[in-house]
Design a protein around this ligand. Structure first.
Ligand SMILES: [Zn+2]
Ligand SMILES: [Zn+2]
Length: 351
């Protein structure tokens, strides 16, 4: 089969790799019909993540079940599913508590980063490919309702649940002011997710004009990063936002999230870190009684609820799609997404 293979910083190639195989009774093979490039793939693309060359990239995908192991109870050949970027068992202590990112069997395992993010599973494939072997497939795959098409469903594999997790962690109450830093695909999904909780106003800050335009279309008050602070102060009687959400995974956005939250407020970070640790403003957090929430989103736990919201047209992430490309064009997709060129926002791949 064909797949997107990581070779090194800014070197991504589409080539033939061995077809995926069932290795355990709880595996399934899924033929991918839609995949996507994620902002966190750019950490690998930039060479900031220790990803060994030769691995298949991608942790966001939708497809059709092609084969199931004999231990699979809930999936059938021919079924349309979203494959969660996060692999989890659905049965352990953590999964039962709604915390599959800590799954005792899988151990924070994410597709598409080689061995480094494969947790306890040792090795995982990637979803920017024609097919994938999915471990613990009964829980990692979620059968899709007919009312959720492939384009909308691919958002369920990671970024919509991640954004929703960020909004949940912010504990947004009706009438709150929310400020989101970063209007990439996750930040834009965070605009949609924040609105589920009845905020008075959702600010979305970014330095790229066309991303701000999209945030505005999705219902946010879009502001340039440079003017965010003043505008948020003006609208909150000089206090700052009740909740700020960091949606990029870089230090600048995190600093802005701390700078723009009110005393007693909450900073919620969902961007995947581009290096092992960032500076934490402990003194500021102490003095201003701030709550800080951060974590690898419990993607799998949030998929059913968000699929229902898409099915019932309460959320539609599809306006965030800027390009749909063939698998052969994936290297170009990385290039334009990284460069903010050609209006790139969410790039889908149709193998
Ligand atoms: Zn992702
Ligand atoms: Zn588990």
């Amino acid at each position: 089969m064909k797949a997107t293979v990581f070779y090194g910083a800014r070197d991504v190639r589409v080539e033939r790799v061995p077809d995926p195989e069932l290795k355990s009774p709880t595996d399934a093979i899924v033929r991918i019909t839609r995949a996507a490039i994620c902002g966190s793939d750019l950490h690998a693309y930039h060479g900031n993540m220790p990803v060994e060359p030769g691995f298949v990239l991608g942790h966001e995908g939708v497809g059709v079940v092609e084969e199931v192991g004999r231990g699979i109870a809930g999936l059938k050949k021919g079924q349309r599913v979203v494959v969660s970027g996060l692999v989890a068992c659905g049965e352990c202590f953590y999964c039962r508590r709604g915390q599959p990112s800590q799954c005792a069997k899988a151990g924070s395992a994410v597709f598409g980063y080689g061995k480094n993010a494969a947790g306890k599973l040792g090795e995982l494939g990637g979803e920017q490919s024609e097919a994938i072997a999915v471990p613990l497939a009964d829980y990692t795959c979620y059968p899709l309702p007919d009312g959720v098409d492939d384009d909308a469903a691919v958002f369920l594999a990671d970024i919509l649940p991640t954004a929703f997790f960020g909004a949940l962690n912010g504990e947004i109450h009706p009438g709150d002011t929310v400020a989101i830093f970063g209007c990439g695909p996750v930040g834009l999904c965070a605009v949609l997710a924040a609105h589920l909780f009845g905020p008075a106003e959702v600010f979305a800050a970014d330095s790229v004009g066309y991303r701000r335009d999209l945030a505005r279309d999705l219902g946010a008050t879009a502001v340039d990063l440079g003017e965010a602070k003043q505008k948020i102060l003006d609208r909150t009687d000089g206090r700052g936002a009740d909740i700020t959400i960091e949606a990029v995974g870089n230090e600048g956005a995190l600093a802005a999230a701390f700078e723009n939250v009110r005393g007693g407020g909450t900073v919620s970070m969902v961007g995947v870190l581009g290096k092992p640790s960032y500076d934490f403003p402990m003194g500021l957090a102490f003095q201003r009684d701030l709550t800080f929430r951060v974590g690898l989103a419990n993607i799998t736990a949030h998929i059913p609820r968000l699929a229902t919201l898409i099915e019932h047209r309460r959320i539609d992430p599809r306006p965030i799609i800027s390009h749909t490309i063939g698998l052969d064009e994936t290297p170009r997709g990385y290039k334009i997404f990284d460069a903010h060129a050609e209006g790139a926002v969410k790039i889908l791949i149709k193998p």
